[in-house]
Design a protein around this ligand. Structure first.
Ligand code: SIN
Length: 375
């Protein structure tokens, strides 16, 4: 891999794109030996423990959003990426199902916006969960049945809704940001040295086994001094983190259910992408065992319990899917949106690969109604 990167740097080719294609390839499948896995013994020459502010979040505040005490988090920094923090599953056992259920049942509801709104009536997308969950729960789920709406969901936006065409946020396209997701985000941000983080926008990505997310930089927010927070649930993925130029070779890392990534400081505006979804390492049974909802007694201390009925549908869904939420603060203190939108796009989407695409990179354009998203 190092050789390939060196060759590509010399030849001036777009190294990130090459690496993206390398990890996306199905036949033969890519060699994953060079991929950093923070859940096992990460390589000491690339990875070091990250310092967190354990006093910034009390154990009770952490537990209320399903997180372990901050002093118990396994947090890492990555050499060459100042400001990037990888927190290997800081969630309390039994609390991830709450967030999975929010992603599947609650957040896709109106007034939030999703890809299905682009080509379906508001009435048809009114209750995606109610229309999909019974089908997912049925014993014949997945067998020669048309896809449920939930399985057609690619993205949901919260708070300031990202405009995929202008690549901007605006004051008049806003709905209330979910309080529970803000609490989770604010606690993670505080522990990482960003007190007072305001969750103002989120993009939720729903990945199927053949999905990928194109190479992009999240630069549409007006204040880049605030971090970008990323929460992942369900199946695993390869995440590529590059530099400020497409010629910079990216580092590949595995992201598993519960992992949290923070992009801040010099790593806030780096190219990144998800070329591949991978089955969870120990199999779906083990994932479900790890994720099993907390008992009502445990849950009483933390989050609203997930009913068995809801979990049955969620667990079928995540057997094949990955969920990712990226939470952003859009405006800095005292900042507001420009009065008139600029005539040209000020916040370039540098990706040349479509957002979600299940085919060859570049075949599907970003404007595809059901293709997600780069920001
Ligand atoms: C991810 O799915 O891990 C990344 C999402 C993003 O970059 O928007």
């Amino acid at each position: 891999m190092a050789k390939m990167a060196a060759y590509m740097v010399e030849s001036g080719e777009d190294v990130f794109r090459k690496m993206f294609k390398f990890y996306k390839r199905r036949d033969p499948p890519p060699d994953l030996r060079g991929v950093v896995d923070f859940s096992s013994e990460p390589p000491a020459d690339k990875v070091a423990p990250a310092h967190l502010d354990a006093a910034a979040v009390s154990d009770e505040e952490a537990a209320r959003v399903g997180l372990r005490p901050v002093r118990d988090w396994r947090a890492f920094s990555l050499q060459g990426f100042p400001g990037f923090i990888f927190i290997s599953n800081p969630f309390l056992r039994g609390s991830q199902p709450f967030w999975v259920r929010q992603c599947l049942k609650t957040y896709p509801q109106k007034p939030n916006v999703c890809n299905l709104d682009l080509h379906m009536s508001a009435c048809d997308t009114q209750d995606i969960w109610a229309k999909s969950a019974p089908v997912l729960r049925s014993p014949s789920s997945g067998r020669n049945q048309p896809k449920t709406l939930l399985e057609k969901l690619h993205w949901v936006t919260l708070g300031y809704h990202y405009n995929w065409d202008t690549k901007t946020y605006s004051a008049d396209n806003h709905t209330p940001f979910p309080a529970d997701l803000h609490s989770l985000s604010a606690r993670v941000a505080s522990a990482c040295g960003f007190p007072g983080f305001r969750s103002e926008a989120a993009i939720l990505n729903y990945y199927r086994p053949d999905s990928s997310l194109g190479i992009h930089v999240d630069e549409s927010e007006l204040d880049h001094t605030r971090p970008l927070l990323s929460f992942s649930f369900g199946q695993s993925a390869i995440f590529l983190l590059g530099g400020t130029r497409r010629q910079d070779p990216p580092t590949a890392m595995l992201v598993h259910s519960g992992d949290v990534m923070v992009m801040s400081g010099q790593s806030r505006l780096l190219y990144h992408a998800v070329p591949r979804i991978l089955p969870t390492p120990r199999g779906h049974g083990a994932l479900l065992e790890d994720l099993r909802p907390a008992s009502p007694q445990q849950a009483a201390a933390m989050l609203e319990p997930v009913s068995e009925e809801d979990w049955m549908a969620c667990s079928v869904y995540i057997q094949k899917s990955r969920l990712n939420m990226t939470v952003r603060q859009v405006l800095g203190a005292g900042q507001s949106f420009p009065v008139a939108p600029p005539s040209s796009v000020t916040r370039t989407d540098k990706s040349e690969i479509g957002g979600y695409h299940d085919e060859d990179p570049g075949k599907r354009k970003r404007s595809d109604s059901d293709s997600a998203n780069e920001t």
